[in-house]
Ligand binder design. Structure first.
Ligand code: EPZ
Length: 417
């Protein structure tokens, strides 16, 4: 039950490095089950979700070692094909072992994820895709029971773009007999990161970065070593930290190509950018212009940056509308931001944000990963002191965020329980 205490209203300066991407690393960790032997992942941050996935892989029988950004996963002796409720209920991304377990063992028992603070998150698309590849699936006692004598290629046409379902279907199709065509596949950079890893393992996949993926099944895959892509959501969060505190800061070791939509929206608010290789410098607006956003699958505006951008709009000079189309109920941060004297009204998946001249520090509570990042940003801009409780949410997806902010001159400290 650690807390953050932030003394806001300070300008930031300097530069920080962006870590590897949680949402690329988790499906890749699951995909290591597709080969027997040791895979080595580098540029891996020390996040609680990565510890949770490591714990799950150990239960399945893998040997997992982590040291200073390097994760070694040896799947030689894996023999257990179950993902238990106590893990899946804490981290939904555990569902990403479903495809790899079926491909490796011909069967899997994976707990249904249960509720989530950001809204209803069913797994029907995962199920339908795997059934297309010849998997028999039953739901019993809160578990997905899957078995399949031989995976067989087929056409999978997703009725809705889903990152997780695309990743599970990919991990099953790479070892299936014949060819699979996935249509309306998710195009997120994290999906492309997984495809790069599978290609390195020896898979045959065409169409990376598009909605149409063509996978020719192969007999076996090999363990490999790979550097993980940078985290575009962490990068975006820090760019917004610069915008909301009206500070010139830089982020390094990021991929500017992943951040075009966000930077386009920040330019609408009056900010400017200097981009050099994998480094971005933000020149913030001194008067924040309101801008409307609507979250969409990549390359649209990412839902994982919606809360942070909304926090910025609380200080804009006028009204803006924030429409959440991926997780329509993903507004747990709104009542907490209003505690900091923001003026946000919610109506049917749209937040109407009336900009105020200033925010004032208060006690607030983190409710989920990205909501807690938005509260940190608002606390940095607010006058006075802000205390944020339940920050275990933020440790799931941000690597030592307070240390990086302190390097930029922020007055933030962690009070350990
Ligand atoms: C991934 O979740 C990310 N998580 C999420 O980031 C991110 O918000 C989300 O993609 C969207 O970009 C990881 O990569 C570990 P989806 P995922 O399947 O795969 C619906 C963070 O903050 N849907 O693309 O679970 C679903 O309800 C996290 O780091 C179905 O209806 O998301 C949603 O409305 C939060 N049936 C939409 O599709 C299904 O079977 C997109 O979800 C699956 C999804």
């Amino acid at each position: 039950m650690d807390k953050f205490i932030i003394n806001g209203g300070k300008k930031l300066s300097g530069s920080i490095e962006i870590s590897g991407a949680k949402n690329a690393i988790l499906p890749i960790m699951a995909a290591t089950l597709l080969a027997k032997g040791k895979s080595i992942l580098t540029n891996v941050p020390n996040l609680n979700d990565i510890k949770m996935m490591s714990h799950l892989l150990r239960i399945i029988g893998a040997r997992v070692d982590y040291f200073e950004g390097t994760l070694e996963i040896d799947t030689t002796n894996c023999s257990y094909y179950e993902a238990p409720y106590e893990i899946v209920s804490k981290m939904r991304a555990s569902v990403n072992v479903l495809g790899p377990l079926i491909a490796r063992f011909g069967k899997a028992k994976v707990s249904l994820p249960g509720g989530c603070a950001i809204g209803t998150r069913p797994v029907d698309l995962h199920q339908k895709a795997l059934e297309k590849l010849g998997v028999n699936i039953n739901i019993k006692h809160g578990y997905i029971l899957a078995n399949c004598s031989k995976l067989k290629g087929n056409i999978i046409n997703f009725e809705k773009s889903s990152v997780g379902a695309t990743e599970n279907a990919l991990c099953a199709a790479v070892l299936a007999k014949d060819e699979t065509n996935i249509r309306n596949a998710a195009m997120e950079p994290e999906v492309s990161g997984l495809i790069d890893f599978l290609l390195e393992m020896g898979a045959d996949i065409q169409g990376k970065g598009t909605t149409h993926l063509k996978i020719k099944g192969v007999k076996t895959l090999q363990p490999v070593e790979m550097e993980m892509i940078p985290d575009r959501i962490e990068a975006g969060t820090f760019l917004i930290a610069g915008a909301i505190t009206k500070s010139k800061i830089s982020i390094e070791k990021c991929e500017p190509g992943y951040l075009q939509t966000l930077m386009g929206k920040l330019e609408e608010t009056g900010a400017k950018f200097e981009i050099e290789d994998n480094k971005i410098k933000i020149f913030p607006a001194q008067n924040i212009i309101p801008a409307n956003i609507e979250t969409q699958p990549f390359p649209g505006f990412p839902t994982d940056l919606q809360a942070q951008f909304l926090a910025l709009m609380t200080l804009a000079d006028g009204k803006s509308f924030i429409k959440e189309t991926i997780f329509p109920d993903r507004f747990m941060h709104v009542p907490e931001l209003n505690r900091l004297h923001a003026d946000i009204r919610l109506e049917k998946g749209i937040a109407e944000v009336h900009g105020v001249p200033e925010l004032s520090g208060a006690e607030v509570m983190a409710t989920d990963l990205r909501a807690s990042a938005a509260l940190v940003l608002a606390g940095l801009a607010a006058n006075g002191q802000t205390t944020i409780s339940r920050i275990y949410h933020i440790d799931r997806g941000y690597d030592r965020i307070e240390k990086k902010l302190q390097m930029l001159g922020a007055e933030i400290k962690r009070i350990e329980s």
